[in-house]
Each structure stands twice: as C-alpha cells, then as structure tokens.
Ligand binder design. Structure first.
Ligand code: TPP
Ligand code: SF4
Ligand code: MG
Length: 344
C-alpha cells in the first residue's frame, strides 16, 4: 500500500521519511517507540499532509514521544495532565486540522483524570492515545493509577490498590469511539489508528505499551510477555479508505460495516463471539468477562458516529476561527445597538 506515487511516495508525493521526527531517546524496546513507528506509517499511508496535523501531549516518556514523529506537523507539549485543555483550545481555533493527543497512564488516569473525563463528554474531535504501561516511566517507575493490584516492583514494593481501566472510564464518559490495542500487535494497532483518525469526535485508544525499564516482568499485566500470551482480539478489524473496494476473507462472517464521515469504512469480521459495537452495555459486559478470564481483550469496543462533535454543538464556522479577519468578527454598529437595546 501507499506506493502510488512511485519511488515510495504516497499520493501527495511524500516519502515515509517526510513523516518522521527527531532521533528517539526512548529506551530500546519501549512500547511507545512502536506506537510512534505506527503513527508514521499510518499517516503516510492515509496520504495526510503532515502540515494538516496538530499533535498535543502532557508530560512523561509517552508525552515526549511526539518529538519522534511528524516533525512537519504542529506540536504542543503542555503541562502534566493538561493535554485535553490544550487540544480543546486549538481545535476551536482550527478544526480543519487533524488533532492527535498523546498521553500516558499517569498523565491521563492519575493527575489528568478530570481533564480526561471532560474532553470525552464534550466529544472534542481528537484522536486521544493513552500509552499505558502501568507506571510513571519518566520518573523511574512509580505505580500509576492503572497499575495492576498486587503488582510487586523491586523499588516500589506491592501495589495494594485496584486499577483504573481506561476503556471502562471512556465508556462511562460517553466517548464516541473506544478501542484497546497492544503495541506488540502492530497489524491490529494500525487498523485501529486509521479508523480512529477518520472518526469525527473523541476517539480513545488505550494502548498497552510496555515499559521495558520498570514494568516488563512476565507476571505484570502491562508486559510484552503477558500481552503476547493473553491477547484475544474481539474481531478482525479492517479499515477501508474512501473509494476503495471492500475485500473480505470469506471464511469469516462479516459482523458489521461502519461508514465514517469521510466515506471510509470499518469492516468487522467475526472471530470469537458476537459483539455489537453500537451497544455500550455490551462492551462493559465484555470487559467484565475479560477480567474474570484474565485476558487482554483488544479491538473496537464501541462507536457512535451520530453524536455531534464540539464543533457542531458550538456551530463553529466552516472557515477556521483563526483565519477570520477582523472585519468579519467585529460586530457592526447596528448589531451592537441591538444588543444594547436588549440589555436595557
Ligand atoms: C505537576 C507535575 N507533577 C508531577 C510531575 C512529575 N512527573 C513527570 S512525568 C510523571 C508521570 C508520567 O507517567 P506517564 O504519564 O504514565 O508517562 P510514561 O513516562 O509512563 O510514559 C510525573 C509524575 C510533573 N512533571 N508535573
Ligand atoms: S523508562 Fe520506560 S516508558 Fe520511559 S522510555 Fe524507557 S521503557 Fe519507555
Ligand atoms: Mg506510564
């Protein structure tokens, strides 16, 4: 795919190298690096101009990773846990750019929980990625709010608390696209990223992304070995770009086709039991069962393409606000007069 322009160029005539960033300083083998690599591939393959993307992050190893991809895109690195405010403001200013948020489990579920909740209920058009390793990697491995109960780490001792589950929080907060992926399962991750980028609203992806330096022992639920041994996909998920024919593997039953706002499609094929991605309560039940069975369930849990996004709710002009000139935004003398008369 994406060799359409020849010489490794995509439809825009850009090579994959033009989607890369600065040399990475993440530890070798860090799950966040794998996510960064997939973001580069996906945006290149989807023929999105890097200058048409803005990326946001908070603080953490995950939050510094946007430096390592899409160096031609707009990049905002904010305060710890405050990425959602930054993204909301920027989306208001220019909703014609694709917005991508990169956060960690600490950045989102510890210090940033309040902001996380509110960006979901407002349905801000943002692809929100949580690079979830169960620890504060950047500050040397303290337990985060998603750390598994009973996890024992050499320098931290035993974690006595119950974990926050990002997917559960997203479902409870009416997020309109909710998925879980594993950074070690690159094929599925790419399809989910593509689908999420086509969603017009908040798209939450909880990506289990192992920290090889502080939380990668075999029994940890955020490790590579646990993920590889326990991952179960809900369905086979394929993203079909606009104008491309749907090709399906006829051995599998097509459960659902979802048409996105840009005309692309998500095709779900059955591999296990049936799951209706339009029913939030079914997704919660699925999570409960996965927890009981001790498996890492991945795939698209829930989608709602009908809810208006923040931009629709606020009736923002098609032309981005940051490009409206003074003569268009300044009220006329007559309009001001009308307002004054209404008030007095
Ligand atoms: C207000 C504030 N409190 C605490 C910190 C210290 N701090 C920096 S990163 C971090 C946690 C990062 O964890 P996470 O978001 O999971 O990212 P990871 O490094 O694991 O990818 C903390 C507590 C800070 N930078 N700012
Ligand atoms: S400390 Fe952990 S999260 Fe940070 S770069 Fe290293 S492996 Fe990744
Ligand atoms: Mg973390």
């Amino acid at each position: 795919m994406a060799k359409r322009g020849g010489n490794g160029q995509n439809e825009l005539g850009l090579t994959k190298d033009e989607y890369r960033g600065a040399p990475s300083t993440l530890c070798k083998g860090c799950g966040h690096q794998s996510i960064a690599n997939q973001v580069i591939s996906v945006v290149y393959e989807m023929d999105v101009l890097p200058e048409k993307i803005m990326k946001f992050s908070g603080i953490g190893c995950s939050s510094k990773s946007p430096a390592y991809f899409l160096s031609r895109s707009f990049t905002f690195n904010g305060l710890h846990g405050r990425m959602p405010s930054l993204a909301t403001g920027a989306v208001f200013a220019d909703h014609t750019l694709k917005a991508m948020g990169f956060s960690g489990d600490g950045d989102t579920a510890s210090i940033g929980m309040g902001q996380f909740k509110h960006i979901m209920r407002r349905n801000v058009p943002l692809l929100y990625i949580v690079e979830n390793n169960g620890v504060y990697g950047l500050t040397k491995g303290q337990f985060s709010a998603t750390a598994d109960q009973g996890l024992e780490l050499k320098k931290q001792g035993l974690n006595p608390y119950m974990p926050v589950d990002i997917v559960r929080e997203a479902l409870a907060s009416n997020a309109t696209f909710v998925a879980r992926a594993f950074s070690g399962d690159v094929k599925q991750l790419r399809e989910i990223l593509k689908a999420a980028l086509s969603h017009e609203g908040i798209a939450i992806i909880d990506i289990i992304s192992p920290c090889v330096s502080f939380n990668n022992q075999d029994d940890a639920l955020h490790s590579y070995s646990w993920g590889r041994d326990h991952e179960v996909a809900i369905h086979d998920l394929a993203y079909v770009p606009p104008r491309e024919e749907i090709e399906v593997d006829y051995d599998k039953e097509v459960m659902k086709k979802v048409t996105m706002h840009d005309g692309s499609k998500i095709v779900l094929q059955k591999i296990g039991e049936e799951h209706d991605i339009s029913k939030r309560v079914d997704a919660v039940n699925l999570l409960d069962r996965a927890d009981e069975e001790g498996i890492l369930l991945t795939g698209l849990f829930y989608i709602d393409t009908e809810q208006p996004s923040l931009i629709d709710i606020k009736g923002i002009t098609e032309e981005p606000l940051n490009r409206l000139t003074n003569d268009r935004i300044r009220p006329s003398r007559e309009d001001l007069q009308d307002v004054n008369e209404m008030l007095f």
